[in-house]
Design a binder for this molecule. Structure first.
Ligand code: ATP
Ligand code: MG
Length: 690
């Protein structure tokens, strides 16, 4: 074992090995008692690889995979790390194939929180059948409560439901008082400091009555549960090792939970990069990672990694230069021995159409030179920025997959079918019920409200549903619905339920949508996806927490042989790498966005560009359209702007780039022949009168 382990760790550098083996010289049990460990290091320095090797080593040294809690920022990242660690561990332990250990507790903070809350529901006064509201659902419920309180019709304009939810969410995630949140982030809503608490109290009450939790509640409720010492001890005792990736993007609640799980830091490992903190707009705080070494009862061990294994030196130099001007200091300079003559390219194009054209050309050129499409990515700030490029790619027949865009689950028909399942699972969910029953012809908002009120008032909501008297014209459809609802709740198993729901929904789909054929295909995929989950509850929970993000995440025939270009928002590209990366719209107005005010926000924009640039291994292209289209909520709506190069690359740094203008300016002809003489009739006619 020792020999095979040494072999598996042979590629690591000294600092990485120190992190992997912290407290782990002999056994995993020893490591569970060791002080906390923080690996703080720049992009591409092997933080995620180090974490994966540590997990593998823990397993090889006897840790029970059931008792390893691995927290990442997306489920995809968790699965990937679980797979990598499992493979290394299997190799070290001489296992193969089926025997590769899996990590059942690898996931996001939210996903793990949801599972624990269900496990302990009876002890904490929660109904275990709770459903989870995504951002859209939460906004709708906030809107409904706002309406019920008569706030939406107040004479002065009360904040929009989405703004109300953002304020609420900000208070929860930062654990800061409302007045402070308003002053700091929503100054234009400061007048409502007295009305908002009433709204939020009613919102919290509505969630309780309907047995739903929103995203923020998952963290808040988890932290609240852990405030009870007996429960904290019980939950903490379930895990020997707690490992967190991308720690710079955690919020205060997440840091609190970690501390509650392990007050003395035993068995805790966190990795992250303060220069890559890009989620403070969602309440994440870089203070978590800066304070980590001192936050536990015992000081943490800190390891820094300085060698970068991802990018060429010119790409690193350019990325380092962007951060060198940061006002908030990050004391790291990365180096690599990946030398390269090629500098990153800074490409000036006329507008977004030209940008799309250039990127498509470059992609094909690199493919000619041996890079597959999958080894290339195009990154941009927000999902809408790739529109022109998508058109160009379709026109040229270049396949692509987009991450971070419109989600599969946002389509009406998918939402409809899921609403039925949620309503069956949690009969008190008003949002789900409202949506599901209004699919029936003859049932409108008034009837739906009558039904839901009756169900809410009843001791047994299921019985109230069966006893409901619909309007005469809805009799047939209602009976059908009630029968299916009952069967889904009490009779059919999983995933057979999905097929029953699909059968019930099909005629409604055909009645409601002209393109029912296409939509039926999506539904079929959803049914197939459902079969991969153990139960209805796991399916609707995980789908809400971590929806399929891209077309490639959707189930369907395997895409193994298919090659496609990756399009992604920078936020969704976190932690990943490609041989060639193009970044769109590297202009002032986009990076930084022109809505950004305040030094703090500006620095986050700088880090965003840094994250984008450091995704590249060998080729980096920053594209700068001179004319750039912005869509924003101004009174004037959409507009075009003339944009300059991003301020994060000042003139003094231009030497680090190879600069190009595209299309190249037309060569000036040396000799310009005079235009052929043309008879000027008018002039002749005028002459007569001179
Ligand atoms: P980010 O900050 O972007 O999340 P990271 O610090 O997590 O980056 P990784 O993604 O773990 O970095 O590693 C970057 C690349 O370097 C990967 O391709 C990885 O396989 C490689 N790498 C890491 N450590 C080594 C090593 N010791 N020898 C060779 N390659 C390495
Ligand atoms: Mg990483």
């Amino acid at each position: 074992l020792n020999a095979r382990l040494a072999q598996a760790l042979a590629t690591l550098n000294e600092a990485q090995r120190q992190a992997v083996e912290h407290g782990l010289a002999r056994s995993a049990a020893e490591a569970a008692q060791a002080s906390a460990l923080l690996v703080i290091a720049g992009a591409g320095s092997g933080k995620t690889s180090t974490l994966a090797h540590r997990v593998a080593t823990l397993i090889a040294r006897g840790a029970d995979p059931q008792r390893i809690l691995l927290l990442t920022f997306s489920r995809r990242a968790a699965q990937e790390m679980s797979r990598r660690a499992g493979q290394v561990a299997a190799r070290v332990m001489g296992l193969r194939g089926e025997a590769v250990p899996a990590l059942p507790w690898a996931g996001t903070f939210h996903g793990v929180g949801a599972r624990l809350l269900r496990d302990y529901a009876p002890q904490i006064g929660l109904d275990a059948d709770f459903t989870i509201h995504d951002r859209g659902d939460a906004e709708d419920l906030m809107g409904w409560v706002r309406h019920e309180l008569g706030l939406s019709s107040s004479a002065r304009r009360f904040p929009l439901k989405s703004t109300c939810l953002s304020i609420y969410s900000r208070c929860v995630n930062t654990q800061a008082p409302l007045a402070q949140v308003l002053a700091h982030s929503f100054p234009w809503c400061a007048d409502w400091v007295e009305a908002l608490p009433r709204l939020f109290a009613a919102y919290v009450e509505a969630k309780a009555q309907q047995n739903v939790l929103d995203y923020d509640d998952l963290l808040l409720a988890w932290a609240e549960m852990m405030a009870e010492p007996a429960l904290a001890a019980e939950v903490g005792a379930r895990f020997d090792h707690v490992l967190v990736d991308e720690y710079q993007d955690t919020n205060r609640l997440q840091a609190r939970i970690l501390l509650q799980l392990r007050p003395d830091g035993a068995g805790v490992t966190a990795v992250g990069d303060d220069a890559q903190s890009i989620y403070s707009f969602r309440g994440a705080t870089v203070h978590n990672i800066l304070q980590f070494p001192q936050q536990f009862a015992r000081p943490a061990q800190v390891v820094a990694l300085e060698r970068n294994y991802r990018s060429t030196q010119p790409i690193l130099d350019a990325s380092n230069a962007v951060m060198a001007h940061a006002t908030e200091r990050h004391a790291k300079q990365l180096w690599t021995d990946k030398a390269s003559a090629g500098k990153p390219q800074l490409v000036l194009v006329a507008d977004e159409a030209a940008q799309a054209h250039w990127v498509a050309d470059r992609t094909l050129e690199l493919r000619e030179n041996g890079l597959t499409l999958k080894q290339q990515a195009v990154l941009f700030r927000t999902a809408s920025h790739s529109a022109a490029l998508e058109l160009e790619l379709v026109r040229r027949n270049i396949p692509f997959v987009k991450f971070g865009g419109l989600k599969f689950l946002e389509a009406t028909h998918i939402k409809d079918l899921l609403a039925l399942l949620r309503f069956v699972h949690n009969p008190r969910s008003r949002l789900a019920g409202f949506r599901a029953v209004q699919l029936l012809p003859g049932i409108g908002p008034a009837t739906a409200a009558r039904l839901l009120d009756a169900m809410q008032a009843a001791a047994d909501p299921a019985a109230a549903l069966q006893a409901f008297e619909p309007p005469a014209n809805a009799q047939q459809a209602w009976q059908d619905f009630a029968r299916v609802w009952h069967a889904l709740r009490h009779e059919a198993g999983w995933p057979a339920q999905m097929e029953l729901a699909q059968q019930w929904y099909q005629p409604h789909l055909e009645r409601l949508h002209e393109d029912a054929m296409v939509r039926a295909g999506d539904i079929a995929q959803l049914v197939q996806l459902a079969a991969g989950y153990a139960s209805r509850e796991r399916f609707i929970t995980e789908l809400t927490l971590d929806p399929p993000e891209s077309t490639s995440d959707r189930p369907g025939p395997p895409l193994l042989d298919e090659d496609y270009l990756i399009l992604s928002t920078i936020h969704s590209a976190k932690g990943q790498e490609w041989n060639a990366v193009s970044v769109l719209n590297v202009v002032d107005g986009c990076m930084p966005a022109d809505v950004v005010q305040g030094a703090h926000e500006l620095e986050e924009e700088r880090r965003l560009l840094y994250v984008a640039m450091t995704r590249a291994r060998d080729h980096l292209h920053l594209v700068q359209p001179q004319r750039f289209h912005v869509t924003q909520q101004t009174p004037r709506g959409d507009r075009h702007m003339y944009a300059g190069r991003t301020r994060f690359i000042p003139d003094a740094d231009l030497g680090g780039y190879e600069r190009q203008t595209w299309p190249p300016p037309a060569p000036q002809p040396v000799f310009v022949p005079a235009p052929p003489a043309v008879m000027d009739l008018r002039e002749r006619l005028r002459k007569a009168w001179r």
